[in-house]
Ligand binder design. Structure first.
Ligand code: ADP
Length: 347
């Protein structure tokens, strides 16, 4: 089955409360799309609408170009993996993986090679005879992924698949998922997460969700380099957000004129990433008092109060970092200063 997912103005409500508001979004065949947003923003609901576990009150869902809105989950041909593995405890790994194939009435002679293929893909070929309780959390999650892949879905839905794992395992599984995607380049993946690192690492594009709505969608680089809203700026990476006034004389932060790349009509917030702010003299120079210095191993984060606003600079580790109360100068390049449109993301 060829992949691709399309949400066409999909609205979902529970007891009259809209939790997904007219979502329009297309995931191309073979694309990894992350749905990124805080808890309760409607991400899982969007995923469940694709799987067929919730029914939209309006709008349509398409898979591989076909309208599946009225199809039951088992006829949609999607693989889904949720946070808590949800393996059948009384079934061996191989029978867990075979489960979807049996439900689809795949021929018995087909089942064994398909199970072997899926376990091979997830690095679990040796574990077919074990029961879930005999596996670690990370291994159980691999089995859950193998089970989802066994039906050779065109679309793979992943709902916070790493959040039950500890940090070290998570980073290993992140690389595993990236490898898996390279081996299955035609499968579209919709990946729900509230973790920006996962989204930035894995996704071809990120759809940023907040308050039941899609706020912004773009490549990780676009969203990081040039977010359109304060919400995205703050959620994808860390950001300095400074109030500015934009007039005929230019862009001003207090009395200080700021050079930016491209002016947005009516803009009132300037976004500069902390790692693009330097200490010392330079373009777009600001002076203020150091309020905090954090040592972060390879870098120092120096926070400076400038006209009552905190500006953070992430700089390579300093031999002689400034101290609390020191007056310092900061600067940033015009091409690293993005103006955010007023109101975007604040509806
Ligand atoms: P996210 O995945 O972004 O954390 P969800 O899509 O799970 O958000 O939830 C969106 C909103 O819908 C939340 O306010 C949640 O409480 C509500 N919700 C989710 N599932 C149900 C349900 N079965 N019944 C009622 N409300 C629900």
């Amino acid at each position: 089955m060829t992949g691709g997912i399309r949400f066409e103005s999909v609205t979902v409500a529970y007891d009259g409360t809209v939790v997904l508001d007219a979502l329009d979004l297309t995931v191309e065949p073979g694309e990894v799309m992350a749905l990124l947003g805080p808890s309760g923003s409607g991400k899982t609901t969007a995923l469940r609408a694709v799987a067929g576990f919730v029914r939209p009150v309006s709008g349509r869902v398409f898979l591989g170009g076909r309208d599946v809105t009225d199809l039951p989950p088992y006829r949609r041909g999607v693989g889904m993996v949720v946070q808590q593995y949800a393996l059948f405890p009384h079934l061996r790994v191989e029978d867990n993986v075979a489960f979807g194939l049996k439900a689809q009435k795949v021929a018995r002679s087909e089942i064994r090679p398909r199970v072997a293929e899926a376990l091979e893909l997830t690095g679990m070929a040796e574990y077919g005879r074990r029961y879930p309780r005999e596996l670690s959390g990370g291994q159980q999650q691999r089995v859950a992924i193998a089970r989802a892949l066994a039906i050779r879905p065109g679309v793979l839905l992943l709902d916070e698949p790493l959040s039950a794992l500890d940090a070290q395992l998570r980073s290993g599984m992140l690389s595993e998922l990236a490898r898996l995607h390279r081996e299955l380049p035609d499968v579209s993946i919709l990946y729900v997460t509230h973790d920006q690192v996962e989204a930035l690492t894995l996704a071809d594009r990120i759809a940023v969700m907040d308050k039941a709505r899609l706020q912004e969608c773009g490549t990780p680089r676009e969203l990081y380099r040039a977010p359109r809203s304060e919400f995205t700026a703050g959620f994808v990476g860390s950001a300095n957000l400074l109030p500015v006034s934009v007039g005929e004389r230019g862009v001003f932060f207090g009395e200080q004129r700021i050079e930016v790349r491209g002016v947005v009509e009516g803009a009132a917030t300037l976004c500069v990433r902390p790692h693009l702010v330097g200490l010392g003299a330079g373009p777009n120079q600001l002076s203020g008092t150091v309020s905090e210095v954090q040592w972060r191993g390879a870098t120092h984060r120096v926070s400076v109060e400038v006209d009552g606003h905190r500006v953070m600079a992430d700089v390579p580790e300093l031999k002689a970092p400034p101290a609390h109360g020191d007056v310092v100068t900061l600067h940033f390049a015009p091409e690293d200063a993005t103006l955010l449109a007023v109101g975007v993301g604040h509806e």
